[in-house]
Design a protein around this ligand. Structure first.
Ligand code: ZN
Ligand code: FE
Ligand code: FE
Ligand code: ZN
Length: 267
């Protein structure tokens, strides 16, 4: 089993050293892990409400540390990834930046609508004051732009807009889900089953079952990530996640080396 979404303390909201994450992965019997810490927003000229990514001068050290961890590890494959915010208008800049470093995979995620950090527990009041229909429309438009950008290998927590359990009726969501599965497919992307949503107010994986089913029907490859922000979260809820993926029909998980995709059997 693989866990392709691990953070490190460099992002200012995670705990534990990468070697501690590796140790838990060993205890849980994982065969491959991927670190995907938050790529420096500073390199894109963005200063968020709260510091949520590594700083530009920490990137080289992050890469060195993860590669050294992998080089010294015999049993578990350790992949070097990053979780990158899709920022409209910064596509060219991001493409240049991402080409500089030897990443195995790049996760594209949406955490911001303009300057609103909508996944941050400190800034949830806007879900009450703004139109939820408008918030969802804006989120999914950004998501689809991210998919079409060609910048990413994996799209992270595709329906994270539900995190704080502000939700629209299924009847409204169906067309968002269909379009999302289609756009993932059209752009040759992989998505992740991100188990961290289970511990969020919404108490459900990202994405939920219906979107997973549609992704499977479209033939969109899946990988698996805990989004661990502490060593004890590595591989969290994976028994449930694997059962769900199999129930839906998935038989393999995508893995990446030097941004090339291959597959491992889901077992
Ligand atoms: Zn984070
Ligand atoms: Fe994220
Ligand atoms: Fe993450
Ligand atoms: Zn995340």
């Amino acid at each position: 089993m693989v866990d392709y979404h691990l953070h490190t303390p460099l992002c200012h909201h995670a705990l534990g050293s990468p070697s501690e994450y590796l140790e838990i992965a060993r205890q849980k019997g994982l065969c491959e892990i991927g670190f995907a810490d938050h790529y420096p927003l500073g390199l894109l000229g963005i200063k968020p409400q709260s510091e949520v990514s590594m700083s530009p001068d920490e990137l080289a050290g992050y890469i060195r540390e993860i590669r050294a961890l992998g080089a010294n590890e015999k049993e578990i494959k350790v992949k070097l990834g990053v979780e990158v915010d899709y920022v409209p208008g910064k596509k060219k800049k991001l493409a240049q930046l991402l080409a500089r470093d030897p990443f195995d995979f790049v996760i594209g995620s949406i955490h911001f609508m303009e300057d609103w950090d909508f996944t941050h527990p400190l800034y949830t009041s806007r879900y009450e004051t703004d139109s939820l229909l408008e918030i969802y429309r804006c989120y999914f438009n950004l998501l689809w732009q991210a998919c079409a950008s060609g910048l990413f290998d994996i799209i992270g927590h595709v329906d994270v807009i539900k995190k704080f359990d502000y939700r629209l009726p299924e009847s409204v969501m169906e067309s968002y889900w269909r379009q999302t599965a289609r756009v993932l497919k059209e752009n040759g992307l992989c998505f992740e089953l991100n188990t961290s949503g289970k511990a969020a107010p919404v108490c459900e994986f990202y994405p939920g079952r219906r979107l997973l089913e549609l992704c499977f029907q479209e033939g969109v490859p899946v990988t698996l990530g805990s989004d661990a922000h502490g060593p004890e979260q590595v591989g969290r809820y994976f028994d449930d996640a694997i059962r769900l993926l199999k129930e839906i029909g998935y038989r393999e998980l995508a893995v990446f080396s030097k941004r090339q995709r291959s597959f491992l059997p889901l077992e």
